[in-house]
Design a protein around this ligand. Structure first.
Ligand SMILES: [Zn+2]
Length: 265
């Protein structure tokens, strides 16, 4: 059943939607009741409701798994990696993971022949690395995994070229960013309220990957079961706001997430 059909199947919701335009909380509460206990976390196998991310300026609903504390973006990335595991022999592949979530370590250490971690600031990794200029020789890794990193990097063209350089031929890079804008907006200065983001990417952002890599495949939330909850539920109509002065408004309350996989032939 499509999301639109699901909405229509909930008694009284269609009229509520019209009445409560802009009131995401009211709309969401009906969805939450319908979906309660239904979600499955593909990372830790938890079953039940997910919790909201509560922040004064950015409430996001049904996002966090209460067991592993990971969000919809992690669940989508994990599912995409499981699909890629069907195409590749991960046991013979080396991986470099930027800004690694510790919850992924157990799985990825088991999956890959070798698993290294990297970060520009965090010292609890194998390598301190500036993604714009890396110390690794060319063709070092089969897989480079950097989730929600590039929206913090001013010279992302240099970063993409470096990722391509250190990839082995036949390898791939997984480079998701938060898609939070109708089109990509570059910020004049890093936004401290967004953890130092230098841009708000739109789906068009992945065109930059296509300029560097030989092929880019973009996975999205709609390609997997609804029970994994891979969407972002939030109100983006309020942008631009005081804390996000450069973001552009987006209509609707349900947003897809994306996992671009960038190949080096
Ligand atoms: Zn979980």
């Amino acid at each position: 059943m499509s999301f639109r059909q699901k909405i229509k199947s909930i008694p009284g919701l269609a009229s509520s939607l019209r009445l409560a335009r802009g009131n995401i909380k009211a709309i969401y509460s009906k969805l939450a009741v319908k979906n309660k206990q239904k979600y499955i976390c593909p990372i830790c196998n938890y079953r039940g409701p997910f919790s909201d991310y509560k922040d004064d300026s950015y409430p996001i609903f049904d996002t966090a798994c209460p067991r592993c504390d990971l969000y919809e973006r992690h669940r989508l990335q994990f599912l995409v990696m499981k699909e890629l595991a069907k195409r590749y022999d991960f046991k013979r592949m080396s991986a470099l993971h930027f800004a690694p979530e510790p919850q992924f370590r157990k799985a990825y250490e088991r999956w890959f022949e070798s698993y290294d971690t990297a970060d520009i600031e965090n010292s609890e990794v194998d390598y301190r690395v500036d993604i714009r200029k890396m110390q690794f020789p060319s063709s070092s890794y089969h897989i480079v995994y950097a989730s929600h990193v590039l929206e913090h990097v001013d010279d992302d063209d240099a970063a993409l070229k470096e990722v391509y350089r250190i990839l082995k031929s036949g390898g791939f890079a997984v480079l998701p960013v938060p898609v939070v804008s109708p089109i990509t907006v570059e910020y004049p200065v890093p936004n401290k309220y967004e953890f130092g983001h230098v841009r708000a990417p739109g789906v068009d952002y992945f065109n930059r990957y296509k300029n560097i890599f030989d092929r880019v495949e973009v996975w999205d939330s709609s390609q997997f079961c609804y029970e994994f909850q891979l969407y972002t539920y939030e109100d983006r109509s309020k942008y631009p706001s005081e804390t996000s002065p450069y973001r552009q408004p987006m209509e609707g309350t349900q947003f897809m997430d994306y996992v671009p996989v960038c190949y080096k032939v």
